[in-house]
Design a binder for this molecule. Structure first.
Ligand code: PLP
Length: 421
């Protein structure tokens, strides 16, 4: 029999992110594509005005044979194309006043790869990555090559009105001692929470006091793609802050392009890791988007097209959900302050969220069971193991069409009515 290493086993056995991406891939590209009501993955919506921009940029590239040869025929440097890194640094310096140059920028094969590199660089069981709020992004959960990479914390839960709720950092119980880094997604996948400027400032201070960097995952954040629907400032940057961006949620997940903005040392180390794992990055996304950062079009597209699109979708999905669910059973939805998801809490769900996911999948409705997002909580702490909230949540993507969202939520309401008997 094949002898698999411990690290190999951790990375290659059924992981939540693999199940999620496999479901997504089959639903979007497999033989039955189109049948499944896809409220699963975090794929960006097909927004015609954004697609127009990508097609135009590809046409511009194709019209210039030298650029085509450069994009297809040449390995980039591991840190990314020098022109693109300069465009990124100039854009952030101009827009947000950050004191950075291209030396602070490293391109990666998507945000997901950026996190693998950063967590491997900064964390292990003896200096864990502290996650101030659990639930946190499913894609981090299985990235450790050893157990014990994360130290997650339960949030304070504020119940608002009959059907809303919101998470806050529980600063009184936040333990950053010995952490290798602190990490938050803002907006948060899965909950759509946006940490307030005040919470972020406090985390920055606490991480500094602990002598470790604060990583902010801006996959949905400002200034691009800008899927934030409340008042929140873009994160400030300094040498102790690591900001991760991605072209995916702008609408270019196929280009696999992530951007790390960090101290020169960290940017250099991330680039060195890119060389080890993959030699260099895909340069198509960089070639498409670089000039749009220079002209500012990437930011106006985010502000004028992408943000309003998702804000409208969020509102609509919430209205459809209220109509479909009525008052037949208790439910709450996290305030949708950003990102592409409704985060549903069913406090009296008689089964676990995974079983509910299976039932819905049999009816061609794909969602993500919430328990995947609650990793890194203390083992053997019976209070946290028994935290029922972990098994009572579901993540629903609202980036698909209104009809898909409506059908899916109506089927879900039927199942839930039956379950709550
Ligand atoms: N971070 C968050 C919070 C995400 O939701 C995602 C994708 O869903 C990623 C990072 C990684 O995305 P990508 O690797 O496409 O940049």
């Amino acid at each position: 029999p094949l002898r698999i290493s411990e690290a190999g086993n951790r990375l290659s056995t059924a992981t939540g992110i693999y199940e999620l991406m496999d479901d997504l891939g089959h639903a979007m590209t497999g033989p039955g594509a189109g049948k499944m009501r896809m409220l699963g993955g975090g794929a960006p919506a097909a927004i015609p005005a954004a697609q127009e921009v990508w097609r135009r940029r590809l046409a511009e590239l194709l019209a210039d044979p030298d650029q085509v040869d450069q994009v297809l025929g040449v390995y980039d440097a591991p840190a990314g194309s020098p022109a693109f890194r300069k465009s990124v640094a100039d854009c952030f310096r101009r827009e947000l006043g950050w004191d950075i140059t291209e030396q602070n920028v490293a391109v990666t094969a998507g945000g997901q790869a950026a996190f693998f590199q950063l967590f491997t660089l900064l964390g292990d069981a003896t200096q864990p990555i502290a996650l101030p709020i659990s639930p946190e992004y499913i894609g981090y959960a299985d990235q450790g090559t050893q157990p014990g990479l994360f130290r997650s914390h339960r949030p304070k839960i504020e119940e608002i009105g009959p059907h809303d709720f919101k998470y806050h950092v529980d600063f009184e119980n936040l333990d950053l001692s010995g952490a290798g880094a602190v990490c938050v997604s803002r907006p948060t996948n899965p909950s759509g929470n946006v940490l307030s400027d005040h919470e972020l400032a406090r985390l920055t201070q606490l991480a500094k006091a602990e002598g470790c960097p604060l990583i902010v995952d801006n996959a949905y954040g400002q200034p691009f793609p800008g899927a934030i629907f409340t008042q929140a400032s873009p994160p400030p940057w300094d040498h102790d802050t690591i900001l991760v961006y991605s072209l995916s949620k702008l609408g270019l997940p196929g280009t696999r392009t992530g951007v790390v903005i960090a101290s020169e040392e960290i940017a250099r180390r991330v680039a060195a890791m890119t060389a080890v794992v993959g030699l260099a990055n895909n340069n198509t996304g960089q070639a498409i988007v670089g000039p749009l950062l220079d002209s500012g079009e990437a930011l106006t597209l985010s502000r004028d097209v992408i943000k309003p699109f998702y804000q409208e979708r969020a509102k609509l999905a919430r209205e459809i959900l209220a109509e479909a669910f009525g008052d037949a059973f208790p439910y709450r939805v996290h305030l949708t302050e950003g990102a592409f998801f409704l985060w549903l809490w069913l406090p009296e769900l008689p089964i676990g969220s995974r079983e509910l996911y299976e039932r819905l999948k049999r009816r061609d409705v794909l969602v993500v069971p919430g328990d995947y997002f609650f990793y890194g909580l203390p083992e053997g702490d019976s209070s946290s193991n028994e935290w029922p909230h972990r098994r009572q949540c579901l993540r629903l993507t609202f980036s698909q069409s209104e009809q898909t969202v409506r059908e899916a939520l109506e089927i879900m309401a039927e199942e839930l009515r039956a379950l709550h008997g």
